[in-house]
Design a protein around this ligand. Sequence first.
Ligand code: MRU
Length: 347
Amino acid sequence: LDTLRWLDGINAIEMIDQTILPNTFKYIKLKTVEQVARSIEIMQVRGAPAIGVTAAMGVALGATRFRGADRDKFFAHMDAVCARLASTRPTAVNLFWAIERQKRVMQKNRNKSVEQITRALVAEGKRMRVEDIAINKAMGAHGATLLKKNSNVMTHCNAGSLATAAYGTALGVVRAAHAQGKVARVYADETRPRLQGAMLTAFEMVHEGIPCTLNCDNTAATLMAQGKIDCCIVGADRIAANGDTANKIGTYSLAVVARYHKIPFYVAAPISTIDYSLKSGREIPIEHRGADEVRIVNGGKPVCPDGVDVYNQAFDMTPARLISAIITEKGVCRAPYVKSLAAARNA
Ligand code: MRU
């Protein structure tokens, strides 16, 4: 599955529209920065690494839409492009990491022509997509070493191919381990309110022929109590320097029940998801989204009475002490994470 790609001929981004999966598999073409920003906001593309690559390509797309050769005007235009893309979603740090990386490309090439700078930005956007896939495969190889033969793996949300350029983080580990005969079955939490587990993770697993059982989020503890789960593997949107991890709402409760049942709880994420500037998870900005995501399931009739208050926090924070290991492309990090994550950055 190619989540997104750059179209050279027309300088546009093509991506799978994830809001209509699994029933409709369709690529959409984005030709303006506003379309790219909206695609992130309404979650046609989602998942931290995929959002990062989209933003990098969005910056490049913005450059290709500038007319003229005046560098000052070009840089002013690019400031607006970067600000719009940065305003889309607050939690996944890959978004800001990708925009900063493109800003560095502009800075490095600042004395070149607008055309040359634009070419450098397009090349960097495409490079980040290719790099992301290689990083996920490395993460998969490291993570697979943690699994025993015939493991039953529970995951939450979608940290798969669709959440990245391809291959996935948590599901990248599943893919690598499955190829080694280590995965008996994946248990996918459906992941209310947006149902990424049902719509995306289950779709990927069925597509690939990896045995998968879909369960309601509130069934996770019972499956563990029944001895059906050997480990949990989830992705991350932002990890603080101490290992505290922000991920899809419900990740924290999964980590709590996993600890209660003495089941290993692993986080798989690239180094670009680690925000070394934050000492602890308390500093991670957490997105809240609109009430309709909770009120209405998949475009149907409201499932609650009009006028009821809704709480829709999109991510939660899992304290590092509940995490058995953090799998990165540089290797498997264990507590104390302040040390191991710093070492992985420099490895
Ligand atoms: O709101 P989403 O769908 O963007 O949330 C996605 C997640 O929480 C993923 O687990 C995370 O981004 C890691 S994706 C490899």
